[in-house]
Design a protein around this ligand. Structure first.
Ligand SMILES: [Fe+2]
Length: 250
């Protein structure tokens, strides 16, 4: 009897962790799509605007799907908490360099997280993740191309890009949580997720390494071996806030 109760409890906890983390991704994708939307309206320039408009639709569709899924899992209507939205997305985005930096880091961060959930047995979720990975690989290509273009331009563009990347670096790597993060561990114990927060950080670093190294901007990335890279910026876990999943100094 005790084991059964304990088992039920673990299932409940892993669902809670799943809801909490997917809710975080949904809230940030929702706000990010608004930011891109606003930027693309105010700064119309040719093909970029067209691509950005499509991206707005794809990001907001992902957010809506996640909200619905969470609603189905919990049986409750979900109101996404603005506490879960990264501070940087709540402030206004003023340049293409900033959008590029945020897109490159946060989009990649959530992509790595979603990819680690591919082991979830639900067909519905696997399909959604595959679609997400497809649209995210287009977003990554878009942001990578712009990052390289801005880095080549030099001057204020490259200064803005480097400053924006550095300003968002810790946020993107930290949101997986400290090495023993409880929610991530619950997902892993339930078999939903295939990696620890430290491994996710390595995957994120390895994912962005080609474009980051090509830009030659002296950013905090270190090669561990072969194609395996890691974050080289110290993360001060004493500042970790479990509600916002940020380092408070961010
Ligand atoms: Fe994206």
């Amino acid at each position: 009897m005790y084991i059964e109760q304990n088992g039920m409890c673990e299932v409940k906890q892993s669902y809670d962790a799943l809801v909490s983390l997917l809710g975080y991704v949904a809230a940030n994708k929702d706000v990010f799509s608004d930011c891109i939307d606003l930027y693309s309206r105010e700064n119309a320039f040719g093909v970029t605007r067209t691509v950005l408009r499509r991206m707005v639709w794809e990001e907001s569709s992902q957010a809506i799907w996640l909200e619905r899924y969470i609603g189905n899992v919990t049986g409750a209507r979900i109101t996404l908490s603005s506490d879960s939205v990264s501070q940087v997305l709540r402030s206004s985005i003023a340049s293409l360099a900033q959008i590029t930096a945020i897109g490159l880091l946060y989009d990649s961060s959530y992509t790595v997280f979603m990819a680690s959930l591919l082991h979830m047995s639900s067909e519905e979720v696997s399909q959604f993740i595959w679609q997400t990975l497809q649209s995210e690989s287009r977003h990554y290509r878009f942001f990578s191309e712009w990052a390289l273009r801005l880095a080549k331009e030099g001057g204020d563009s490259v200064k803005d890009l480097r400053a924006s990347l550095l300003a968002n670096w810790a946020g993107a790597f930290a949101w997986y949580g400290p090495p023993e993060d409880l929610e991530m561990e619950q997902l892993r114990a339930a078999g939903y997720m295939d990696a620890t927060p430290d491994i996710l950080r390595q995957r994120l670093a390895s994912h962005i390494a080609p474009v980051i190294t090509a830009m030659r901007l002296r950013l905090p990335l270190i090669r561990r071996r072969g194609n395996v890279w890691d974050n080289d910026l110290p993360l001060d876990w004493r500042l970790w806030n479990t509600v916002t999943r940020t380092l408070m100094a961010e």
